[in-house]
Design a protein around this ligand. Structure first.
Ligand SMILES: Nc1ncnc2c1ncn2[C@@H]1O[C@H](COP(=O)(O)OP(=O)(O)OP(=O)(O)O)[C@@H](O)[C@H]1O
Ligand SMILES: [Mg+2]
Length: 1006
């Protein structure tokens, strides 16, 4: 549009856009109708202001790649670095000048700012008349976004100060600018700001903070927050400006001035500066490199490439190999950087500067001398290469003989000059040249590299290249070319690495497992995860590493987030949207569900899913019921999920839940936990609770108590979202009854947790009108009374419960009431009554619906106990055996533990201490492994009693004492038996006084 006012075809005046606000206006208009900016000058702008014209007119410089990445939906969450830069005192300047004159001063400055941002792939969100607001890391995520932002800011200040010098020379007032930078999460979205104008803008506290940084920056400088500094330390240098109060932020903000470039260029160098982790695994790759090096050093040049996803260890492999080969080889390195594609020869320049030992502080003369000296010392015949090397290194002097040369020819000769230099050097000793990160290589460096690959076959040169899977090349068929595909670390190496990072303390084992599971053996992710834990204080390093608080989840470290987000953003928009949908659906992705949620046919989805597979985001997994996919990395899923706006996540969760309900109508029991999750995240508590009940009950029946407990906990949170009505009371009651069952197993029958849950069950039953609603609570209360030893009261209540349960005709309640009545009758010494209740309970629980609850083995063994007490020894033995067999077959570990304890009790009555010992021991181990703390104590007391019988009195005393102590802390269930037996032990050991005082104390306590 720059300068064109009329259509070349028909001559009609063309519309122009206001540079200030972007609104379209007729080409003839002198002023913008929207904001009043003078427009006359725009049409006249020549080529020198084209950068402004194009960037302000379009506002955004969106490349086709960007355009594809723009969210087609209402927005996205992204982590970005925001840069604000503003010319100081422009108001005053404007006041003194005619606007047109002010423009001639300000616009070139603005142009410099915009150019600096574009040079580093930044995105201008807005250019106000005298400043800019730019984003790095959006629209397309960039894995190192804070770095280009800082490079751009430094360049911007440098260019402005040069321009300012020119102004001063022309006798005008110099210009200065302030720049402010911050990194953080924003929501970016497209906004329609005019009939045909769309703005792509971020919203979020973190960009406002960048604007504040700009206001606080000393004139002519760049101010950054601690967040940005942390991510950029080492790449740049910073000076602390101290904590500063910032409007809109409650706590003082640490402010830093960016003062220049630091010594580091790559992430690997930064890792090395932090201290490298012990090198693990990779023997095969090191061997392959050694083999290639042997060939190369014998004059058969070789190219070895390491290919892997980010962070898998390409650079580290070369680093280690370089160390072992250092003495014989000369090594040169060239690094491509993520913002370097547009800068010709950047990696080669670094390589040459290093080779010629050029320091940043050297002036041009010294540099020229260094180059000339080294080249001529190497070989005088290379003298004619010098002008090309000077040209490349920006050291040509006034009489630049190459300036007139055909650019193509000059390019070829420059590359030849570098090649000759390197080949000549390889005659002195073998030469290893490392090219890092070819996926970011610029065209010129690539062409030099091609030249080298084409010509090293007979040279003593080893080219080591590394790149990520997206890089394409044509060397595959060359015999001198070897590609090593690096996989993430295997389990053994990953554990070895974590041992060296975290130490070998056994309490860190679960954390290590969590890290390996989440990072799937990617060493960069592992290191960053641990660093993030240290930073947030979950881990502390005090000589050795300690875990400060237990962790169930790992947060995604910002560095890892950036790497993954950049990969995801390179996907075409439709595939990215699909990946976001998949991230919501979850880990297991059935094609039919994907189709239903994405609203697309399988035929349309399949090519996209294939692409996502090729890009290693997902993979297909074997499945019986149709095609299924899964995410390759849980972290990719996490980052993709986090990019979605809350409202869209909610809608997708709802669609997923509905799709599952429709597609698996007859297998809802198999899908209930995922339905619970999706409906919770869709904020549909009523539906979510229905599946929470199902999930928790299933977990309880499977004996997965902690899973049941966490489902109950999450379910109770949802209950609070409901209105206080009968539905809510009923939902809570169901959850509380599961809570009570879990608490009984994990904390103990009369633990505080259990009693609290049961009390609440009774309250809820009353609120619902009593009767059958109170039944679950009352049955649980019976069990509490039994464990407290209040059997007579309990039995009465249990009989009322049976009557109520008969009215409801619910088999599970009737069985539960009979089970409690049986226990209580047994406690009262009414063995016949106990037997009949146990039989009734067994009959009821034999019905299919209760088969999984594990009640039957318990009632059978209890019945055996009562029979034994009636002297029906044979029947008792058979039944006990049956009960144990059933318990083992059921896989219901809690019932097995209880059955074993009762079987041990039976042996005690029969005076069979060996069998008693063995059952009790098994129950103890089982309870220990599964966290049944109270039951372990009871099993231990029975074990101790058996030891007494066997005459092992010292061990018996220790065990009985321990079991009594544990019971003390858990409401003291059944503690009379171990106390009595401990007293017996004491008296057998002639410690009569202790025995007597113990019994006195126990009797006094009741
Ligand atoms: N085998 C290993 N043993 C121990 N640490 C390793 C190993 N491989 C990699 N690391 C560590 O993991 C981190 C990432 O490795 P590296 O930088 O080599 O990855 P990369 O594949 O080059 O990634 P990128 O594609 O981002 O350049 C480094 O800190 C490195 O020291
Ligand atoms: Mg690397």
């Amino acid at each position: 549009m720059s300068g064109k006012r009329f259509c070349a075809e028909c001559g009609s005046p063309l519309a122009i856009r206001c540079p200030q606000c972007g609104v379209e206006t007729s080409a003839n208009a002198k002023f913008c109708a929207d904001c009043g900016t003078a427009l006359a000058a725009i049409a006249r702008q020549g080529s020198d202001s084209s950068a402004i014209a194009s960037s302000t007119a379009k506002k955004i410089r969106i490349t086709p790649e960007h355009a594809d990445a723009l969210p087609s939906i209402d927005g996205e969450r992204k982590t970005v670095t925001a840069l604000f830069a503003d010319i100081k005192g422009s108001m005053e300047l404007m006041e003194d000048f005619d606007p047109e004159e002010a423009r001639t001063i300000i616009d070139p400055a603005l142009k410099l700012m915009i150019e600096a941002v574009h040079r580093y792939d930044g995105y201008i969100v807005q250019s106000t008349g005298d400043g800019i607001f730019a984003l790095f890391g959006a629209p397309v995520a960039h894995e190192d976004h804070p770095q280009p932002a800082l490079y751009a800011a430094l360049r911007l200040q440098e260019q402005l100060s040069r321009y300012s010098g020119q102004l001063r020379a022309r006798g005008k007032l110099p210009l200065q600018a302030r720049a402010g930078i911050n990194t953080g999460e924003v929501v970016v979205r497209s906004l329609q700001t005019g009939t045909s104008h769309t703005e792509y803008t971020p919203i979020g506290h973190s960009t406002s903070l960048a604007a504040r940084m700009q206001a606080l920056a000393p004139v002519g400088s760049i101010a950054a927050t601690g967040v940005t500094r942390k991510l950029c330390e080492g790449y740049f240098t910073f000076k602390s400006l101290g904590p500063t109060l910032v409007k809109g932020v409650s706590e003082p903000v640490e402010l830093y001035e960016v003062t220049g470039l630091g010594p580091l260029r790559t992430r690997f160098q930064r890792a090395a500066a932090r201290g490298l982790t012990k090198f693990v695994g990779r023997q095969r790759e090191i061997e392959a490199l050694k083999h290639a090096a042997e060939l190369a050093s014998a004059g058969h040049g070789q190219v070895v490439a390491a290919m892997a996803e980010p962070g898998v260890g390409k650079s580290r492999l070369f680093h280690e190999f370089k160390l072992v080969s250092e003495s014989e080889w000369m090594t040169l390195e060239a690094f491509s950087v993520s913002h370097g594609k547009a800068s010709a020869y950047l990696p080669v320049l670094d390589l040459l500067r290093d080779y010629f030992h050029i320091a940043a502080t050297d002036d041009s003369r010294t540099r020229r001398e260094k180059v000339t000296g080294r080249v001529l010392a190497l070989d005088r015949s290379l003298e004619d290469a010098l002008p090309y090397l000077f040209g490349l290194l920006g050291l040509s002097e006034g009489d630049d003989s190459l300036a007139q040369m055909d650019p193509q020819l000059r390019r070829r000769r420059t590359q030849e000059a570098i090649k000759r230099l390197l080949f000549r050097e390889s005659l002195n000793q073998p030469l290893m040249i490392i090219f890092e990160d070819l996926h970011w290589i610029d065209g010129e460096t690539q062409s030099l590299l091609n030249l080298l690959v084409d010509s090293i076959a007979t040279a003593r040169i080893l080219l080591l290249l590394n790149y990520r899977p997206e890089y394409r090349h044509e060397w595959g068929s060359r015999t001198l070319y070897t590609q090593l595909r690096l996989d993430p670390l295997g389990h053994v190496s990953a554990e070895e690495m974590l041992d060296s990072l975290l130490g070998a303390a056994p309490e860190l084992a679960p954390l290590k497992r969590l890290i390996v599971e989440r990072t799937e053996g990617n060493p960069f992710f592992m290191e960053e995860a641990m660093q993030a834990l240290l930073d947030e204080g979950a881990l502390a390093r005090n000589g050795e590493i300690k875990l400060i608080r237990p962790l169930a989840e790992l947060k995604i470290p910002p560095t890892v987030q950036a790497v993954l987000a950049a990969r995801i953003d390179r996907l075409p928009a439709a595939e990215k949207e699909l990946l976001q949908t998949l991230a919501v659906i979850g880990k297991d992705l059935a094609l039919s569900v994907i189709g239903a949620v994405a609203g697309q046919s399988e035929a349309r989805l399949e090519p996209m899913l294939t692409d996502l597979q090729l890009g290693e985001f997902i993979y297909e997994q074997p499945s019986l019921g149709g095609t299924e996919y899964t995410f390759k990395h849980a972290l990719t899923q996490g980052v993709t999920y986090n990019s979605l706006l809350a409202e869209r996540r909610r809608a997708l969760h709802e669609r997923t839940a509905r799709a599952i309900e429709t597609l698996y109508l007859h297998q809802l029991e198999d899908r209930c936990s995922s339905l619970f999750r999706h409906y919770s995240l869709a904020h549909q508590p009523v539906k979510a609770l229905r599946y929470a009940h199902m999930t928790a009950e299933q977990a309880l029946n499977r004996g997965a108590y902690s899973e049941a407990a966490s489902t109950v906990e999450n379910g109770l949170k949802l209950v609070n979202e409901l209105a206080e009505d009968r539905e809510r009371l009923g939902a809570e009651l169901t959850l509380r009854s599961i809570e009570s069952a879990v608490a009984r197993v994990l904390h103990g029958a009369i633990s505080l947790e259990r009693e609290r849950a049961v009390r609440r069950m009774c309250e809820l039953g009353e609120k619902l009108g009593g009767g059958e609603h109170s039944l679950r609570g009352l049955i649980a209360l019976c069990n509490i009374l039994f464990n407290r030893g209040e059997s007579a009261r309990g039995l009465e209540l249990a009989q009322r419960c049976i009557a109520l349960a008969e009215e409801t005709a619910q088999a599970d309640l009737l069985a539960a009431a009979h089970e409690q009545a049986g226990l209580l009758a047994h406690g009262c010494g009414k063995q016949k009554e106990a037997i009949s209740h146990m039989q009734a309970a067994s009959d009821a629980s034999r019905s299919a619906a209760l088969a999984s609850s594990g009640m039957l083995p318990r009632t059978v063994v209890n019945e055996a106990l009562a029979l034994q007490l009636l002297g029906r020894v044979g029947e008792a033995a058979n039944l006990a055996e049956e009960g144990l067999r059933r318990a083992r077959e059921s896989g219901h570990l809690f019932s097995l533990a209880v059955a074993l304890i009762n079987a041990a009790g039976l042996c005690q009555i029969r005076r069979q201490p060996e069998a008693q010992l063995s059952h009790a021991h098994e129950a103890m181990v089982l309870s220990e492994e599964n966290g049944f703390a109270q039951w372990r104590a009871i099993a231990q007391s029975v074990h101790g009693i058996a030891l007494t019988e066997l005459g092992q009195l010292d061990r018996a005393v220790a065990e009985l004492q321990e079991s009594i102590a544990v019971m003390e802390a858990r409401g003291r269930p059944f503690r009379q038996a171990p106390i009595a037996h401990l007293a017996r032990c004491y008296s057998m050991m002639n410690r009569t006084d202790e025995a007597v005082s113990m019994l006195d104390e126990a009797l006094a306590d009741g």
